[in-house]
Structures are given as structure tokens and as C-alpha cells.
Design a binder for this molecule. Sequence first.
Ligand code: CAA
Ligand code: NAD
Length: 309
Amino acid sequence: HRALHASSSAAQRQIEHLTVVGAGLMGAGIAQVAAASGVKVTMTDVSDGALENGRNIITKSLTRIARKKSPDDPAAQRAFVDSVFANLSTTTSAPEAVSSTDLVVEAIVEHLQTKQELFRRLDDVAPKEAIFASNTSSLSITRIAETCSEARRTRFAGFHAFNPVPQMKLVEVISTEKTLPEVTTALLDLCKRMKKVPVQCADTPGFIVNRLLVPYLLEAIRMVERGEATPEDIDTAMKLGAGVPMGPLELSDFVGLDTLSHIASGWRAERVSTGEIDAKQVEEVGLLEKLVGEGKKGRKSGQGLFDYS
Ligand code: CAA
Ligand code: NAD
């Protein structure tokens, strides 16, 4: 019953089943929006606790949307939340989840070797026509795909959504030199079904958004460290003076300080010596490393540059 999409090549089926690996901020958001768009989704993570965290993120977000849709009708609110969960299953076994899937979107920790190892394992068990995609913020898609077979590398791309996924309209779709056009087409089609606006990007550090955003966030943390202004004043200044919805420090907490630290260290290790990134822009930020070391990862852990407890 799989429909052919008019603009796809005849060989490319529409994506009906999605596996999301990683049930954190991003994985949960992608799973939620895909399930709400009628895609069958399996969300997987390493532990039951992590899956529970993902389900909680989705329940909170759906409840917010449901209240807005049907303000005075609790039964309709429940029915909406249930209808999305009807398209979503969870498991701690990623190999099982991918055994019959059209697309795998990976949203695990921002660490190259961990992502490579995951895709190496999944390559052996996923159907040969399944598309693999990473939601990485900053790593090279080409490098992440390196541990997969030559055939899979032609069906490998970037699918970079933004936090919070239910609210942010953008998805960056990244093609490598090996990505087949039909794979890009299938991902663009999925974006549209998820009511997202896709842009196409080359496989460069940070693609479009993070290439510009990450150096700015790091510099804002350095301003705090140098005592040039308070975190509150820096955020107020950028909100009222540059028209951004969140100041850079609130946004750093929102992204996750651990994720920001991983992005910067990854670029220092892999992208400075190649001349792609200027060393100055990603110099280690003491305050960032100190907070992450203390377990203060931002909003998701209750504390970061600001306190959310
Ligand atoms: N799920 C569902 N609905 C949500 C939601 C969520 N997770 N978060 C917010 N909303 C809804 C609210 O219910 C509200 O709906 P209505 O206006 O219809 O009532 C609406 O969104 C606005 O929410 P709020 O009034 O609470 O807050 P806001 O107006 O400040 O908007 C925001 C919230 C959309 C998050 C906004 O602050 C914003 O755009 N912030 C910047 C986010 C950003 O830059 N994200 C990118 C980070 S970088 C990244 O993701 C890439 C990477 O690789 C690191
Ligand atoms: P998170 O810390 O909220 O969640 C990561 C999840 O991955 C956790 O539940 C963890 O248990 C799981 N995980 C770790 N290793 C795993 C493995 N080997 N197998 C299965 N699951 C594993 O992180 P996040 O913010 O959701 O980020 C996930 C990815 O998305 C990263 O690559 C990040 O760079 C990217 N990203 C983040 C943002 C953001 O604003 N936070 C935005 C866009 C993209």
C-alpha cells in the first residue's frame, strides 16, 4: 500500500516507517512531529529510563498543543495525544527497530566515534534500501557514514532539525558527494509532510545555521567569563537590540551546554587543522567546561548558565 510520490523516482518509496535512535530533546521532538504527521515511528535508546524521558518530553509538548487546539474539551485533548502515541512505539533494541524500516534518523550524543559505531551495527541489520540520516549539529556526515558499506553511503544524508522541533520550522537536508538524488528527494518529501521548511546544504561544518550560531554562542559565554556584562544584560541586549527570541545565554542552556561543548571540541579536533574553522572561534571556554563538568547541562538538567529549579 506504499504510495509512490509524484516527484520521486519510481525506485523511491515514500517513507512510511521511521526509526529514531536517541530519545533526548531532539529524538523525542522528531519522533513526535513525524508521528503526528501519520508516519509510523519507533523510538529507541539505550535504557528504559531514557525512553521514559523521551515519552515525557513528547507528552508535555503534545499536551501544550492539545490545550491550544481544544481549550475547553479535555476529552478531545486526550484523544489528540492518544492519536499521536498510536503511531509511536519504543524499544531499547535498535537492531530490532531497524529490521524493517524505511529511514533511520540518529539523534544520539554529539560524538563522532559513537555515531560511527551505531551506524556500523545498524548497517548489517537494516533493509538494504533503508535510508540512514544523522541529526548531527556539527559533525561531517561523510565521516559518520564511513563505517557503513559503500552501498549504504549512497543512501546516507543529514537530517538536521532544530530545537524545539514542534515549534521550529526548519530542517537542513545535507547531501554528501555520494548521496543519491532519490534519497534527498525522499527526505525533502518527509519534511513537507512534517510541515517543515527544508533547505539543502553541503556537508560543511555546522551546515548553515550552526556555522553562524555556534561561534556567537561561545563568544557570549566568554563575555560572561570576562565579566563584561551580566548574563541577564547580554540576553536583554540581544533580544531588544537584535530582535532574537532568546538571548545567547538562554539559548546555550536551551541547546544543552554538553552539546555545545561537544560541538566546539569536535571542531577543534577535526576542523581547525583542515582550515575549515578558525581556531580562535572555537577556543576552549573555561566557564562552559566548568559547568558541564559539574553536571550543569542547561535547561534539561535544571541548571546551567541560569537556574531552572
Ligand atoms: N512543544 C509544543 N509547543 C511549544 C513548545 C514545545 N516544545 N515550545 C513552545 N511551544 C509553543 C507554546 O505553546 C506557544 O504556543 P502559542 O503561541 O500558540 O500559545 C508558542 O510555542 C510560544 O511559546 P512560548 O510563549 O512559551 O515562548 P516563546 O514565544 O518564547 O517561543 C520558542 C518559544 C519558540 C522556543 C522561542 O523562544 C524561540 O524561537 N527560541 C529560539 C529557539 C532556537 O533558536 N532554536 C534553535 C536552537 S539551535 C539548534 O536547534 C541547532 C543545533 O544543532 C544546536
Ligand atoms: P540529549 O542529551 O537530549 O539526548 C541524547 C540521547 O541519546 C540520550 O537519551 C542518550 O541516552 C541517547 N544515546 C546516547 N548514546 C546512545 C547510543 N549509543 N545509542 C542510543 N542512544 C544513545 O541530546 P540532544 O540535544 O537530543 O542531541 C542529540 C543530537 O542532536 C546531537 O547530535 C546534537 O548535536 C543534535 N542536535 C541538538 C540540538 C539541540 O539544540 N540540543 C539541535 C539540533 C541537533
